[in-house]
Design a protein. Structure first.
Length: 214
């Protein structure tokens, strides 16, 4: 879980930065253009970390099925009324800065957010490799994901959707970092440290929030 978290986090950061440079190049190296390969290297980095993100997301999805109950915690059980009530309670707790129940697994609200991120990542993988496949018509990626482009009405529209959803990651990272540090300070449970060390802390009798997490 920690490995895929950091692979995905680094990949998303690099992909957003290189993607913005590809969309609107800002740096122009000195000298003759034929002697430089600046944007080629930027695109190369973009594709390398696209592969890394793909592997990271697929590993995380597989771990959802192969892991323990905590790996499945926070799954969006949208067909259950209790899940919606819990999500609303957590949302109100954040608005009021109240200390809710401690969880070692993901809370339903966090699980819904992570699910949305995984879906966005899969969307970016599909649209990104569909665009990438256009450099080699009839090649592997064109055959595998080329169907995506007609679905969105053409290459330009696919580019625009790919660019638009990328901003969703920017918004998510800002909110995610705020809530991680907020929870760590509120619960004093080593929440931030746990993504490196793997250990969380809780008060005795304070794990009621873990009931029914999977």
């Amino acid at each position: 879980m920690r490995l895929t978290h950091w692979v995905d986090a680094i990949s998303i950061a690099v992909l957003v930065i290189t993607g913005l440079l590809i969309a609107r190049p800002q740096l122009s190296p000195l000298g003759e253009a034929y002697k430089n390969f600046w944007m080629g290297r930027i695109r190369e980095l973009h594709f390398i970390f696209a592969y890394a993100l793909t592997v990271g997301v697929l590993l995380r999805v597989s771990w959802f099925f192969r892991g323990n109950r905590y790996a499945r915690s926070g799954a969006p059980l949208i067909w259950r009324a209790q899940w919606w009530r819990t999500v609303w309670q957590e949302f109100v707790e954040y608005l009021r800065s109240e200390r809710g129940p401690m969880r070692l697994g993901h809370a339903p609200l966090a699980g819904a957010a992570y699910t949305a991120v995984i879906l966005m990542a899969l969307f970016q993988v599909l649209t990104g490799f569909a665009i990438y496949g256009q450099v080699n018509p009839g090649g592997f990626w064109d055959q595998l994901t080329g169907w995506v482009i007609p679905v969105f009405g053409g290459l330009f529209q696919t580019h625009m959707w790919h660019h638009l959803v990328a901003w969703g990651f920017v918004i998510y990272v800002i909110v995610h970092l705020y809530l991680v540090f907020y929870n760590s300070r509120l619960h004093k449970n080593g929440f931030v440290d746990s993504i490196v060390s793997g250990y969380k802390f809780y008060r005795e009798g304070g794990r009621g929030g873990d009931k029914g997490i999977s």
